[in-house]
Ligand binder design. Structure first.
Ligand SMILES: Cc1ncc(C[n+]2csc(CCOP(=O)(O)OP(=O)(O)O)c2C)c(N)n1
Ligand code: SF4
Length: 248
């Protein structure tokens, strides 16, 4: 029988704690496969967020740090500046990165820190029970927007990839999705490029990954993938927004 999947060496054997159908697990796997393919596990340091991926240090088989809410880019900056030969990545949710950590991510990007950020946008605060995040769509029902997000009261959803693209220090900015196998494969290529940008010392790289939260969206895993495709992608278009070739 043809073997189609082998657990990457950059993941430990520990089973993920994520809810059934949550795509955090797929994104972890992609990052780990990229670390294996680039053969950088011994030289990589990851920084975990505060959110459902808080325990990512249990899963990645590389050196890991835990940052307090939103502070992963600041912690990663310190690691990279003191150990510039390390490959440093942050893994952050949208509550973590686009809410409490807005300042940290904007200034790390503006400074052109040579980091790779994996930004998981699932349009809600997953871990704390599905409250509205900056990325929650207009009309989307969450525990804090029971009638749907209203722009008069809660403003508009923030498009982080587009916003960070405007900063000169950000040299690679892309948005991908993991709602089907074709997009999962594309996401992996983009994540790999974001690590290669760092390996070439070119500057700050961020990949926004559209992800599901079936538990807090109140949908089955299959329905959640469809909801992501039909509702998130039109507002958060996929693509490579900026790459080093354009910056030079
Ligand atoms: C300073 C601070 N504020 C709020 C919290 C509570 N908190 C922990 S996780 C979280 C939500 C994280 O959501 P997100 O970053 O979107 O990640 P997800 O769980 O969806 O993957 C919040 C609000 C906290 N731990 N620290
Ligand atoms: S609460 Fe949402 S984001 Fe968190 S593990 Fe469950 S499905 Fe995933």
């Amino acid at each position: 029988m043809k073997k189609v999947y082998t657990r990457p060496k950059a993941l430990t054997d520990k089973p993920f704690h994520y809810c059934p159908g949550c795509t955090h697990g797929i994104i972890h796997r992609l990052v780990a496969e990229v670390i294996d393919e680039l053969n950088i596990a011994d030289n990589t340091v990851g920084v975990c967020p505060v959110g459902c991926a808080v325990f990512a240090y249990n899963y990645f088989n590389v050196d890991m740090f835990q940052a307090s809410h939103g502070r992963a880019p600041a912690v990663a900056t310190g690691i990279k500046r003191s150990l510039p030969d390390r490959v440093v990545f942050t893994y952050q949710g949208d509550g973590d990165l686009a809410s409490i950590g807005t300042a940290e991510i904007i200034h790390a990007a503006a400074r052109g820190e040579k980091l790779t950020t994996i930004f998981v946008n699932n349009a809600v605060y997953g871990m704390t029970g599905g409250q509205m995040a900056p990325t929650t769509l207009l009309g989307q029902i969450t525990t804090t927007t029971p009638k749907g997000r209203d722009k008069e009261q809660a403003g508009f959803p923030v498009k982080m990839a587009e916003m960070l693209t405007t900063l000169e220090g950000a040299v690679y900015v892309a948005r991908v999705s993991v709602h089907d196998p074709i997009h999962v494969n594309k996401a992996k290529r983009v994540i790999k490029e974001a690590f290669e940008v760092q390996l070439r010392g070119e500057g700050f790289a961020l990949v926004e990954v559209l992800s599901t939260c079936p538990t807090n969206w109140g949908l089955s895993p299959k329905e959640a993938l469809k909801w992501l495709q039909e509702n998130m992608i039109p507002y958060y278009p996929l693509g490579i927004y900026k790459s080093p070739a354009e910056v030079k």
